[in-house]
Design a protein around this ligand. Structure first.
Ligand SMILES: [Zn+2]
Length: 336
């Protein structure tokens, strides 16, 4: 991957590629709202700094240093991203992993690079970095990112070169969304872009929702609740949810089938490594454990109900009646 693989931000990419070729030291602050692609650019810039043959498009992608970078095995790049257990990064972590580390020589590359997401740095941690930022050693580059520079100390801002990300054009946004959701229709891509406030991350998540990710999650919740549900729940609440997605009947069907497949796998192989709905795995495991009456035979009959639903819609049957027939059959099989 090189800079040309990142859509948009042409001027910034040219500038950073030139900086990487110059191999100077310094501290940069990439700023812009959440979802603008700051991290993507920061990573690509770091890779260009590592590369032994960086050109006008950044990293070459084939040298040993590029390989180390891609495999996260270079000791010359330190990433400080969101912490896993605390809300903010602890100041001691910054002292040990950034400040102390920045006095050491790079091992493989000519530059030692630190990528630091300032959204997770409180005042104390920022203060701990001041001296390092003021006089970076000649082979050290700091790439900082922030989605809110108002929360960054003035003393930090005065020590860094701020690079504000440029707005993306509509075309660029469409290209970004298409790359992430290749099967989505053009009209849905356009509407995701239109509602995104020109933020690519937001456009992608809207497009993904449109691709059925949120529908899948809703379907999973319905299926999980099915054993304890009443006819009224099924015919009123669940039917209403399905009705809301009636234009995506195939996604409704495939979502239910994926759930049934997952439940079947977990009944037969509780330790199986991967299921379709990894994001809801715990809930589906719990569903299988607490509903011992549900057998693979019952799941198979639910699958038949879904296939009947699909066949009925192909001949243009009424959505309401076919969907309710399917839900009732599934309920009959799964209820306690
Ligand atoms: Zn390279």
């Amino acid at each position: 991957m090189a800079f040309s693989n990142i859509t948009g931000q042409k001027q910034i990419k040219l500038r950073l590629a030139a900086e990487a070729q110059r191999r100077g030291s310094g501290a940069y602050m990439l700023s812009g709202p959440v979802g603008m692609g700051k991290r993507l650019i920061a990573e690509e810039f770091a890779k260009a700094l590592m590369c032994s043959d960086a050109g006008a498009d950044g990293a070459c992608g084939v040298c040993t240093n590029c390989k180390y970078f891609d495999n996260f095995t270079t000791p010359d790049v330190t990433r400080v991203y969101e912490p896993s257990e605390t809300k903010m990064i602890k100041v001691d972590f910054i002292k040990d992993n950034v400040v102390a580390e920045s006095y050491l020589k790079p091992q493989f590359a000519r530059t030692k690079t630190f990528i630091i997401d300032f959204d997770y740095l409180g005042v104390e941690s920022q203060n701990a970095l001041l001296k390092s930022l003021e006089e970076p050693k000649k082979d050290v580059v700091f790439i900082l990112t922030s989605s809110n520079t108002d929360a960054v100390l003035d003393t930090v801002m005065s020590r860094v070169t701020e690079i504000k990300l440029d707005p993306y054009s509509e075309e660029e946004l469409e290209q970004i969304v298409r790359a992430n959701c290749p099967d989505l229709e053009d009209s849905k891509i356009k509407s995701a872009v239109y509602n995104s406030g020109r933020i690519p991350g937001k456009a992608i998540s809207l497009a993904m929702e449109d691709s059925g990710v949120s529908l899948r999650h809703e379907i999973n919740s319905i299926m999980i609740a099915m054993p304890e549900s009443s006819y009224i729940d099924v015919l009123e609440d669940y039917l209403e949810v399905l009705n809301g997605f009636k234009d995506d009947a195939k996604i409704i069907a495939s979502s239910i089938l994926l759930f049934l497949d997952d439940a079947g796998r977990l009944i037969n192989y509780p330790e199986c490594r991967k299921i379709n709905n990894e994001q809801d795995r715990e809930a589906i495991e719990n569903f299988v454990l607490t509903n011992k009456h549900i057998t693979t035979l019952k799941l198979g009959r639910c699958t038949e109900a879904v296939n009947t639903f699909l066949r009925a819609l192909e001949v243009n049957s009424n959505f309401d009646s076919t969907a309710s027939a399917m839900l009732l059959r599934i309920h009959e099989e799964l209820k306690k």
